[in-house]
Design a protein around this ligand. Structure first.
Ligand SMILES: [Zn+2]
Length: 528
């Protein structure tokens, strides 16, 4: 009998943490950051205390009460005594690994807390994006997926015989096992092992997935970040398939089609399937985003700003195509350049910034005199491509600036001409904080007299996308009818919906399918 216990992603979009236990071993399926629960308690200036280690997250119910799976340097003295009577408390040891589906933090973030010797199974692209995010950002202690800064150095001594000791005071890289190791060039391996921060990196060479006690299958998928995959695990009850996040309407839709066929051939015992967009009746395809963005930008006068989700490389490439076709230059920020460069190590079809005429690098006006190593390298490598605010200001018709809300601070230096265009190519606000940011965004646009395209508006307290503004964003998630197709084509004996606020959708729509549909409860075990 295989046991599946759901510690996150239950009636919640994100925060997936599913424990799979079998005679063969124990695996976690993702170990994500639970944004919704987190924001019930915390915000930008009220965060879990890094110095308190695991305590705040355990007390506030943001991490499962499982003694034995977490980093010992984050365990304060007698930490577990107070949780012994907690509802789902147990000791759990000898985890064989985490099967990570993609590098979005709501699936990966809390890997940060797990013991450093638990391997992470992923695609090479997911591993590399996790590293690029950390190299080029300021990952908080609860989002350190690829490597982490240990709090007490001594307690890590002994793992990997000296690898850590050699870099005392540095960062520890996790052990990643990748499904497509054969794709790694020497250059790619060097990137993986190279420290990019002030601290030294105790690196761990990438391994492959064959050393797992389970027979695994990795299915590449289409989602709003490259490298996404689903996992198949051969258990003593048959195959268990875990979808992660998926869609069929992006540039890589054929990957999801292939997954459906291959997973069906395994005649799985169970399918754990996402349900983010069960309420949506149809999708906007990435190809439509190109068409609509081209139309809007081709007619535009003055500056164009394109606001799209971070790490959505396919969207960035959509805007690159628009830039070429409208004879503008796509001005990207250094962190996007670093990500593109990283992706190119694995996917040679990704454009080379140095040779791509339509890409330039925007340098923030107040950039530090002593930039971080990754930033310095990026500027050096593309020095002939750097543009400053004054360059954009005096040639506004020549650029599409890739900015998000948090980059608006550059506008006082750029001073866009009245009538310039802001293209919003992302989803509506989901949280109160995001709603506040939308008010601010509207104020910025009014202040500089910018026109907007694709922007949600507030109506009776609800933010909605007006019908005429739709078409500039393709969601990372399949719509309801597509999700039903995925379930029906794979035809598992048992279907378990996760990552959804309305999992009943599957019960309501698949009653004639012959599948046994089980809605999981938080912390509860389902036997399959
Ligand atoms: Zn995702």
């Amino acid at each position: 009998m295989v046991k599946l216990t759901f510690y996150g992603g239950v009636r919640e979009i994100g925060g997936n943490k599913v424990l799979l236990e079998d005679d063969k071993g124990k695996l976690f399926l993702d170990f994500g950051y639970p944004y919704k629960k987190y924001h019930d308690f915390y915000e930008e200036y009220l965060k879990p205390r890094a110095g308190a280690g695991l305590l705040d997250l355990l007390v506030m119910g943001l991490l499962p009460h499982l003694k034995g799976i977490y980093r010992s340097d984050l365990e304060t003295e007698n930490l577990w005594q107070q949780f012994r009577r907690a509802e789902h408390y147990r000791t759990l040891e000898d985890i064989d690994g985490i099967l990570l589906t993609h590098a979005h933090l709501d699936h990966s973030g809390h890997i940060s807390f797990l013991k450093e010797d638990i391997p992470v199974y992923a695609t090479a692209t997911t591993a590399f994006i996790a590293k690029a995010i950390q190299d080029s950002g300021k990952a908080d202690f609860d989002q350190q997926v690829c490597y982490f800064t240990p709090r007490v150095e001594e307690c890590l001594r002994g793992w990997q015989q000296g690898a850590y000791v050699a870099s005392s005071g540095g960062d520890c890289q996790r052990r990643f096992r990748v499904a497509d190791k054969s794709r790694l060039s020497e250059q790619a391996r060097n990137f993986w092992e190279e420290g990019m921060r002030q601290k030294k990196l105790a690196s761990q060479p990438l391994d492959d997935i064959s050393n797992c006690s389970f027979n695994l299958q990795c299915f590449p998928l289409d989602h709003s970040i490259p490298g996404a995959c689903a996992w198949g695990i051969e258990t003593s009850s048959g195959w268990v398939i875990y979808s992660g996040d998926l869609r069929l309407h992006g540039k890589r839709g054929r990957l999801t089609e292939a997954f459906m066929k291959e997973a069906a051939q395994l005649h799985p015992r169970a399918l754990i399937l996402e349900g983010t967009n069960v309420g949506k009746a149809e999708n906007i395809a990435e190809a439509e985003v190109y068409e609509n963005a081209f139309k809007a930008i081709n007619d535009a006068k003055g500056l164009v700003i394109a606001d799209f989700p971070a790490r959505d490389v396919d969207r960035l490439l959509t805007f690159l195509r628009v830039a070429r076709d409208t004879k503008r230059k796509l001005a990207i920020l250094p962190k996007d350049a670093y990500l593109l460069k990283t992706m190119r190590l694995l996917e040679p079809e990704i454009p080379d910034i140095a040779r791509e005429d339509a890409i330039v690098l925007y340098q923030e006006t107040t950039a530090s005199k002593s930039p971080a190593q990754w930033l310095k390298k990026t500027y050096e490598e593309y020095s002939s491509k750097v543009v400053l605010a004054k360059d954009v200001r005096s040639n506004q018709d020549d650029f599409i600036l890739c900015f998000s809300f948090f980059d608006l601070n550059e506008l006082p230096s750029i001073q866009p001409r009245a009538g310039s265009l802001y293209v919003f190519s992302s989803s509506e606000p989901h949280t109160e904080e995001q709603e506040m940011d939308f008010w601010r965004l509207h104020h910025w646009l009014e202040h500089f007299q910018l026109r907007a395209s694709g922007l949600p508006v507030e109506k009776n307290g609800k933010w909605e996308m007006p019908e005429e503004e739709k078409g500039l964003h393709a969601s990372g998630h399949a719509c309801g009818p597509d999700l039903l197709r995925v379930a029906r084509e794979i035809q598992p004996e048992i279907l378990i919906p996760v990552h959804s606020e309305k999992p009943e959708f599957y019960v309501d729509n698949l009653s004639d399918s012959g599948m046994d549909i089980i809605l999981p409860a938080e912390g509860r075990t389902v036997e399959v």
